[in-house]
Design a protein around this ligand. Sequence first.
Ligand SMILES: [Zn+2]
Length: 255
Amino acid sequence: MELYDTHAHFGTKEDVTAGVLARAQQAGVTRLMAVGGNTELNAAAVLAQAMRPDAVRLALGADRDQAELPHDEILADIRRQHACLSCAAVGEIGLDYHYTPETSAAQCALFAAQLALADELHLPVVIHTREADDATCGVLDEVPWHGPSLRGVIHCYTGAPAFARKLLDRGFMVSFSGIVTFRSAEEVRASAKYVPADRLLIETDSPYLAPVPLRGQTNEPAFVAHTAIFLADLRHIPLERLAEITFANAISLFG
Ligand SMILES: [Zn+2]
C-alpha cells in the first residue's frame, strides 16, 4: 500500500528533514508534496525536494501572509524559482479572512496574480481558503484562463459540503487533513463523505494538525496514514482502496 501526502511543510535543518523523509518512506508514504508559501518555506521545500527527488514534488508560491509585501518583487522571485527548478505546482496561495481580514483586497490581488502565473506555466495550484468562501470563488471566476484548464486542490478543507460543491464544479480536487479526525469536526466529516472518489486527496499540512490519536505531537508526513484509516472508515471502503484512489488522484494532479 502506497500513500501520497499532498501537503507538507518543512524546516531548513537538513538532518531533521532527512529523518522526516525516512520515516515517511517507512510508513508507506512513498510520495509527498513539499509546499512553500513564503521565502523560508519555499527554501525548505526546495531542500526537501533536492534530498529525495524520486519521492518529493515541489510547490512554490506566496501565501496570504505575504499580501502586504510588494507584489511585483514577490512574483519576480517566484517566477525566477519556477524557471530554474522542477516544480509540480504553484502554492500555497489563497485567502484567509479568519486571521487577517483587513488585508483582503491585497490577498485577492496576490492570489489572482499567482493563478495567472500558474496558467502561464501550465501548473496546478495549491489553494488555502478560510472564512473566505465567496471571495475565493470570486477570484477563481474573475481570472481569465488561457491554458488547457484551471487545475488544483483546495488543501486542508474545513468548509461545508455546499462550498465543496462549488469547488468541485470549478474542477478542483479537495484535500482533507488530520482535522477530519478531530471530535468537533462534524461539518468537515460531512464534506469528506460528500467529495466524490475521483476528487479526493489526503494530506498532513505538517508540522501542524497531527491527526487523532497523535494530536498534539509535531505532525509529519508519516502520520497521513491515520487520516487515511479514518477516511476509509468514514466512507465505508477498505483502507487499501482509499490509499489507491487518493494516490492515483494525486499522481494525476502533481505527478
Ligand atoms: Zn500549508
